[in-house]
Design a protein around this ligand. Structure first.
Ligand SMILES: [Zn+2]
Length: 223
């Protein structure tokens, strides 16, 4: 059993992936709700992103997690489906515009190891919510850990100043314990840091004289 209040690791800029694709889909109808349940970032929306915060729901359904955004109470950028949901193994849900500060950590929270103890973490972070009941009978699946790692790698490739991956529990130990003592934090760390570059197909690589050839995103994040 791990201590979730200690879960964190840093990202070495020298190991930053050049490209890390992400299979994601917008949760149906959530874009407008997410605009109301988030804030304009006070830092640059690309250069200002310094951390990814990992959460777990303590509830067993993606719909239950998404409902907090529709209710306007809280928000996070991605939702990783549970193993009994049809999206498991296929894609993660996008649930808030990355350019917006989602509401997933209290403003008063901070930790000296995370960007020098600065507060207002939502303004310089991205939030991932993993659907899991946080009980022994509901283990985090290998795919959930892989999918979480892939989100981090996608963000690491996209945001040049991203340095910290941290649990909600470490940032708010008095009130939160997620993603919980059963979350395989070491496996997440290894999957992020040892992730392999996607192999570019040979024909595409040969044709790439004019510049970088990349597959198009599965959907457009622009509002
Ligand atoms: Zn949380």
């Amino acid at each position: 059993m791990g201590d979730p209040t200690t879960y964190h690791f840093d990202l070495d800029p020298a190991l930053r992936p050049a490209h890390a694709p992400l299979e994601e889909r917008w949760w149906p109808g959530i874009r407008d709700a997410a605009l109301k349940a988030s804030s304009a970032r006070i830092y640059d929306s690309i250069l200002g992103v310094r951390a990814v915060v990992v959460h777990a729901t303590a509830g067993g359904s993606s719909a239950g997690a998404a409902s907090v955004i529709f209710d306007g109470n809280a928000s996070f950028h991605w939702l990783v489906p549970d193993e009994d949901e049809p999206q498991h193994g296929a894609f993660v849900w996008a649930t808030c515009h990355e350019a917006r500060a989602a509401w997933h950590v209290r403003n008063v929270c901070s930790h000296p190891a995370i960007w020098g103890g600065r507060g207002r973490i939502n303004h310089w972070s991205l939030g991932i919510e993993v659907v899991n009941r946080q009980v022994r009978s509901d283990a985090f699946s290998d795919w959930q850990v892989e999918a979480t790692a892939q989100i981090v790698r996608y963000a690491w490739a996209k945001y040049p100043n991203l340095r910290h991956v941290v649990s909600h529990a470490m940032l708010d130990p008095a009130r939160r314990s997620d993603p919980g003592s059963l979350f395989p934090w070491e496996r997440l760390r290894t999957a992020v840091l040892d992730g392999r570059e996607e192999r570019v197909p040979e024909l595409v690589a040969c044709a790439a004289e004019m510049g970088v050839v990349r597959p198009s995103a599965p959907f457009c994040m622009v509002v």
